[in-house]
Ligand binder design. Structure first.
Ligand SMILES: Nc1ncnc2c1ncn2[C@@H]1O[C@H](COP(=O)(O)OP(=O)(O)OP(=O)(O)O)[C@@H](O)[C@H]1O
Length: 299
């Protein structure tokens, strides 16, 4: 197991941000951590990285308690934070060469470290910008450089905090391919946070939803969709009027609709609920449940 988290708790002052978080991640898995703003995603990741001490709980990352991780342990982790603003005067290739040198002593015959700089530059699609100063890169190119910095040491576990914020659709697709390559070819475990549900669906083997200080859902995108009922929406126009109907059984509904109205139906459309619908429903259910709980507690 690459990540093991049991009953993780974090309190800032008198506020409990994490109230008993449980999850695991296996080798080669891509896990997306979703949750509303302020849910505690960054806090969770920072604890796993060893940058923040939890209030309580059992945490193991690559078999080690992050609070006690040494240099060798740290060399096996890759971290992509929000943009790295230093080194604006360094050229892309020189910077990656320089940072890569740190990892050389940690290479093994099975996993040579660091990444070959030119291969890395190609991997993240910065060939045309390798000679540029990093301060001169566009936002999206800058982000690619951030990713390159995160993976230069060929980590076993990679943390990506909102990796594609600011990417155009093309860069986003390239990035998705890159994540798949890293997990498939290098066996990298990847834990990412994102607010883009379509991205989570495309990238993640597993999605964790963090809300109210706990993981309220944990499963593949498909499993998550199945947790929410009323999965489809049927839309049609009848005699110039638009109709919408939510149903569990779209096929049955459409069959009846067409049997009853042999003419006059146009623009028939069936839309399965998206992961975004599912996610919003889960968080909303949780929040209304929690509110009810608080009301009960207050009585
Ligand atoms: N050092 C700190 N001291 C006190 N409170 C903090 C500290 N860091 C974070 N918090 C609070 O903890 C909560 C969780 O923050 P965190 O950044 O982990 O959330 P997040 O899920 O990453 O949010 P976002 O989606 O907005 O990035 C927030 O309410 C935040 O204000």
């Amino acid at each position: 197991m690459v990540i093991e988290v049991r009953d993780l708790r974090m309190r800032y002052g008198t506020t409990d941000v994490l109230r008993g978080v449980d999850f695991t991640a296996e080798r080669g898995e891509v896990v997306a951590l979703l949750g509303p703003n302020g849910a505690g995603k960054t806090t969770t990741i920072e604890i796993l990285e060893g940058f923040r001490m939890p209030s309580a709980g059992h945490v193991r990352v690559l078999g080690v308690d992050p609070a006690k991780g040494d240099e060798l342990w740290r060399a096996k982790l890759g971290v992509v934070l929000q943009s790295w603003r230093d080194h604006a005067r360094w050229k892309v290739r020189d910077l990656l060469d320089h940072l890569g040198r740190y990892y050389a002593p940690y290479g093994t015959p099975e996993r040579t470290r660091p990444f070959d700089t030119d291969e890395l530059i190609k991997t993240v699609g910065l060939e045309e910008h390798a000679g540029k100063k990093s301060g001169r890169l566009s936002g999206g190119q800058r982000r690619r450089l951030d990713v390159a910095i995160g993976i230069v040491g060929k980590p076993e576990l990679l943390f990506l905090d909102e990796p594609t914020a600011g990417f155009d659709p093309h860069a986003r697709r390239d990035f998705h391919d890159l994540v798949h390559r890293l997990s498939d070819l290098e066996g990298m475990t990847i834990l990412l946070t994102t607010h883009d549900l379509a991205e989570a669906e495309k990238l993640a083997d597993r999605i964790l939803v963090l809300a109210g200080g706990r993981i309220i859902a944990d499963g593949s995108p498909d499993q998550l969709s199945r947790q929410v009922e009323g999965q489809s929406e049927v839309r049609w126009t009848q005699d110039g009027v638009r109709h919408v109907h939510a149903t569990d059984d779209a096929t049955g509904f459409v069959r009846t609709l067409l049997a009853q109205h042999t003419a006059g139906i146009t623009e028939l459309e069936v839309r399965r609920s998206t992961l975004e619908d599912t996610y919003l429903e889960l968080v909303q259910r949780f929040e209304s449940g929690q509110m009810a709980g608080q009301e009960v507690a207050a009585l």
